[in-house]
Design a protein around this ligand. Structure first.
Ligand code: ADP
Ligand code: MG
Length: 245
């Protein structure tokens, strides 16, 4: 593991009615580590991400960020959400705000950053994701790949300790997938701690420190990409890989 533990789950359980969607999950994500989560649909990957960002509550077990348990509510919870950015499959940009305004919004609202400073930072971030020239456009004027890069810039605007990505390229046309993955690879190289749910096996092989294979609410394998892809141990993973590779 790279560095010390930044995100730690111990014995985490959650049900939706009778469905045991997170079953005794133990997972450690080290500072600067990139963990790719893969597995069949319905396995609990999104629920896992949402639990880490406290968009879902869990019934038992502990989740800590930087050694502190996730807060229950109030200001501390807003602070946590700022510290763990999330990028979804659907970009969730504000349609009636410009690209620049989308990236400026959270620092102004949550951090009380001055408008000029937030705008300066937002332009820097848009430059970083290759969209400096698109700052004054509206989301609908951008391609899906561009919109997702804005969503990444918006998450970065809060200077998060970690970023969670839930199938960030699944809604994109094939020719736009790479521009988003390239931004994510760049973040990984810069040492961002990332949990990435994806079906992009090329990204998993090239950017992940670890691959977590999740099925039926359990972590079935948690290994290096090399070990996982060349010699999966479980029948479940072998079966999954035979279908997608
Ligand atoms: P994945 O992201 O791996 O496809 P999810 O975490 O989205 O899996 O879902 C895991 C299981 O939990 C699925 O069977 C799904 O239908 C169910 N589920 C997810 N969200 C809810 C919810 N809010 N209420 C009830 N069931 C849910
Ligand atoms: Mg999902």
């Amino acid at each position: 593991m790279a560095g010390d533990a930044l995100i730690e789950l111990r014995g985490v359980n959650k049900h939706y009615g009778k469905l045991h969607v997170l079953q005794n999950i133990d997972l450690t994500v080290g500072r600067g580590e990139v963990v790719v989560v893969i597995g069949p649909s319905g396995g609990g990957k999104s629920t896992l991400c949402r639990a880490i960002n406290r968009l879902e509550t869990v019934e038992s077990g502990t989740i800590t960020l930087d050694g502190r348990p996730l807060p229950e509510e109030g200001r501390a919870l807003a602070q946590l959400r700022a510290e763990v950015g999330m990028v979804f499959q659907s970009f969730n940009l504000f349609a009636h705000k410009t690209v620049l305004a989308n990236v400026m919004l959270a620092p102004i609202k949550v951090r009380k950053t001055k408008k000029e400073e937030a705008a300066r930072r937002a332009r820097e971030l848009l430059d970083r994701v290759g969209l400096a020239s698109q700052a004054d456009k509206y989301p609908a004027q951008l391609s899906g790949g561009q919109q997702q890069r804005v969503a990444i810039a918006r998450a970065l605007a809060m200077e998060p300790k970690a970023l969670l990505f839930d199938e960030p390229t699944s809604a994109l046309d094939p020719e736009m997938i790479n521009e988003v993955l390239e931004v994510m690879r760049q973040l990984a190289r810069e040492g961002m701690t990332m949990v990435v749910v994806t079906h992009e096996m090329g990204f998993a092989r090239s950017a992940a420190n670890r691959v977590v294979f999740m099925a039926d609410g359990r972590i079935v394998e948690d290994r290096t990409p090399e070990a996982f892809f060349t010699a999966p141990r479980s029948e479940r993973a072998k079966d999954f890989l035979s279908k997608i590779l």
